[in-house]
Design a protein around this ligand. Structure first.
Ligand code: FA5
Length: 342
């Protein structure tokens, strides 16, 4: 027997002995590297094939191949490798790894519910642009530069000369979509805008610099305050799944005339007075009113032809009411103990 063949025989025996003792995936991986790797024993012995007499070289090569094939098959079968049947080492009874499932954020739950309610009432739901112009956010809503209402709705300004040489702003309210939509469409309009708004203000348990609003507006011929109240009452009843009583108080917003604050009778105490309603029996809910004729004018609608109503509410605060959450900062605080409760 040539030294080449003896070496091969030795490798084969060593391999078989070690293979018998191997039990783990790591053992099989190590065996593969040791014997079949690029610098493994088989590769080393193959370097010597040139020294085998030419007449025996063919048979020696064939033998080396057989040894290699047998070693590869054994390892593959055990480790479920490329050329194995994949079942040798696969324990079907081993418990699988549990996958952690995600779930919707409370915002998403309430947004979906609100969207469904308004859609069922014939509204089209939009999200609109979070970055808009000073014109859509203020000017077209009857809040010219220098108007004191700008202080209450102070936002973040982006100094950039784009549309109409105007500065861009992060929208302070979803009302910024009113004229933007009206410019594009003729009445009848029945729209709801849901999305993020931004304000330059200090945060506390009920205020965030980034929060969410829901805006609704309807424009058509002969739209009245009665339509506004009945729509909002229906919305509240669908949201809280209860009979609701609402009331209007005067409220000032430059883009509505007349303007109101709409309250609903406290569900917690049925109007008797409790902590939730600050002992008034009523919960302040949203700002609303009849769209100011100047806004309809900015939209380019013929004077006096249409009327409309608009309302705007804090989406975060609705979510807080629904789930009895007492601090708005929890929503985006990143505390998983909070988020996993939903
Ligand atoms: C407005 O933003 C008006 N655009 C609403 C409106 C629309 C009135 C159409 C008339 C017609 P106001 O600033 O009050 O109004 O904000 C509306 C709601 O947004 C508030 O009631 C509150 O729930 C929510 N909100 C306002 N600022 C914050 C804040 N910093 N953090 C969380 N929620 C806020």
């Amino acid at each position: 027997m040539s030294t080449f063949n003896q070496d091969l025989e030795q490798i084969k025996n060593n391999f078989e002995q070690e293979f018998e003792k191997a039990s783990s995936q790591t053992d099989f991986e190590n065996l593969k590297n040791k014997y079949l790797g690029r610098k493994g024993s088989l590769a080393e012995v193959m370097k010597k094939i040139g020294s085998v007499p030419a007449s025996e070289r063919g048979a020696a090569g064939k033998l080396a191949n057989e040894v290699k094939t047998s070693m590869t098959a054994k390892i593959s079968q055990k480790s479920g490798g490329e050329s194995g049947d994949g079942q040798g080492f696969f324990d079907l009874t081993e418990p699988g790894k549990a996958q952690k499932m995600g779930h919707p954020h409370p915002y998403t739950l309430v947004r979906d519910e609100v969207t469904d309610i308004f859609r069922s009432m014939g509204f089209e739901v939009l999200d609109g642009e979070e970055v808009t112009t000073d014109y859509y956010c203020f000017e077209s809503l009857n809040i010219p530069k220098g108007h004191p209402a700008r202080d209450a709705w102070d936002t973040f300004y982006i100094k950039q000369q784009r549309k109409k040489n105007e500065d861009l702003v992060l929208r302070t309210h979803t009302s910024s979509m009113q004229v933007a939509v009206m410019e594009e469409e003729e009445p009848p309009l029945r729209k709801v805008v849901i999305g993020r708004c931004f304000r330059n203000e200090a945060t506390d348990a009920s205020h965030e610099h980034s929060f969410n609003q829901i805006e609704g507006f309807v424009v058509d011929e002969n739209i009245s305050v009665a339509n506004l109240v009945s729509t909002l009452k229906q919305f509240l009843q669908a949201l809280f799944k209860a009979e609701m009583e609402v009331r209007l108080r005067p409220g000032f917003f430059p883009f509505v005339e007349p303007g109101y604050e709409l309250d609903f009778k406290c569900l917690n105490c049925k109007g008797e007075g409790c902590k939730v309603c600050k002992h008034s029996g009523w919960v302040e809910f949203l700002g609303c009113g009849m769209i100011h004729p100047k806004v309809l004018n900015f939209a380019g609608y013929p004077k006096g032809k249409y009327t409309g109503y608009a309302f705007g509410m804090g989406f975060d605060r609705i979510t807080m009411m629904k789930y009895k959450i007492d601090d708005i900062r929890l929503f985006n605080g990143g505390d998983l103990r909070f988020i996993h409760q939903f």
